[in-house]
Design a protein around this ligand. Structure first.
Ligand code: AHG
Ligand code: MN
Ligand code: MN
Length: 336
């Protein structure tokens, strides 16, 4: 069996071997990983830790916040604000950016996160997660503003997620492929358990919330109907369907065995581009998926090329096995 490698050792070795991880970025990743460990402890305590159910508040998207949304947000801020590696943070749970207070040194990095992804699954004991994206401040000017955050996903220095499931795992990319760590609770350490993750280019599995079918645009209906037609349909194979309702869990399955994940625009709220948020859900997941050989589009363009107009911008998402993402994207292009 190969020698076990911890996250710390992995990051230091990467830094030595190819200099791909600057010291400040390494610190940032370690701090986020430590915060995820703390979130994982709260998640595991469940009703014993008074972390279940809703808080009496709404976030900027008008969604009722769960207690764990707020706890996870606070844990990430507290862990990250003092280390000197960040200029500011942004979160699904905060309307504006959180600038590192003056009493701490300011670094060059910007951290965005979805502190708790899959909130509707907290109370039913199904996998949830934390998603994060790291950018570098674009200007060297003093101070930091929301404008510094509005960079295309292709500019991300790192991205990752932590999944709180049967195992607690950390999945990470710094633009050199995708690696997975599993939390060893006895040691309190993240141990490398898989590297060189590759998503198969073809798949027989799709993930979409089928209850929205009547609201979809024609290219999405066409793609899903062809999958549903199975062996005797145009795709000439039977497809399986999965939908966890935690993007983290659906993407984790796709990284593990392939598949395509879709959260398209639909007619329920036609003025919104989609449900998922570009900067702290779609961008980090698209970076990870591309680094694993998959693809990610909004039906028309590569997600990582999109120029965000605002922090909480929404986007349609098609990601996973390359050939399927290209097919459903092609159907959108043909429909124009
Ligand atoms: P969040 O809990 O951070 O608001 O994200 C939930 C997202 C995503 O994780 C999931 O894929 C999707 O919402 C599920 O949406 P539906 O309930 O509409 O299926
Ligand atoms: Mn989310
Ligand atoms: Mn969330």
């Amino acid at each position: 069996m190969p020698r076990p490698i911890s996250l710390t050792q992995y990051l230091i070795e990467q830094q030595r071997q190819n200099g791909s991880i600057p010291a400040e970025l390494r610190l940032l990743i370690e701090v986020v990983a430590r915060a995820c460990k703390r979130i994982s402890i709260s998640v595991n305590k469940g009703a014993l830790g008074d972390v279940m159910g809703s808080a009496d508040s709404e976030n900027v998207q008008g969604e009722i916040q769960k207690k764990l949304d707020i706890i996870a947000n606070e844990v990430l801020i507290e862990a990250n604000e003092w280390g000197g590696h960040l200029a500011a943070m942004a979160s699904e749970e905060m309307e504006g950016i959180y600038v590192v207070p003056n009493r701490f040194p300011q670094g060059e990095y910007l951290l965005l996160f979805d502190p708790l992804d899959g909130s509707s699954n907290i109370d039913v004991n199904v996998s949830i997660g934390t998603i994060f994206s790291v950018l570098k401040k674009s200007s060297s000017d003093e101070g930091v503003s929301e404008r510094d955050f509005l960079q295309a996903g292709s500019q991300q220095a790192a991205a990752g997620y932590c999944i709180y499931g049967p195992q607690t795992m950390l999945v990470l990319t710094v633009g050199e492929g995708v690696v997975m760590f599993t939390l060893d609770r006895e040691q309190g350490a993240w141990m490398l358990t898989q590297e060189g993750i590759r998503i198969p280019e073809d798949t027989k599995e799709f993930a979409i919330n089928m209850s929205n079918m009547r609201h979809w645009a024609p290219p999405v209906s066409r793609y899903v109907n062809e999958c549903l037609a199975g062996e005797t349909g145009p795709r000439a194979k039977d497809f399986n369907m999965r939908w966890v309702a935690s993007m983290v869990a659906d993407v984790h399955r796709i990284l593990t065995r392939g598949g395509v994940f879709m959260y398209p625009w639909d007619k329920r709220e036609p003025e919104k581009a989609g449900k998922l948020r570009l900067m702290y859900e779609a961008n980090p997941m698209s970076f990870i998926v591309e680094q694993a050989g998959g693809a990610a589009t909004n039906g028309k363009a590569r997600i990582l090329d999109l120029q965000p107009g605002k922090l909480h911008e929404r986007v349609a998402v098609f990601l996973g096995s390359k050939n399927e993402v290209e097919r459903v994207t092609g159907y959108h292009r043909e429909a124009v």
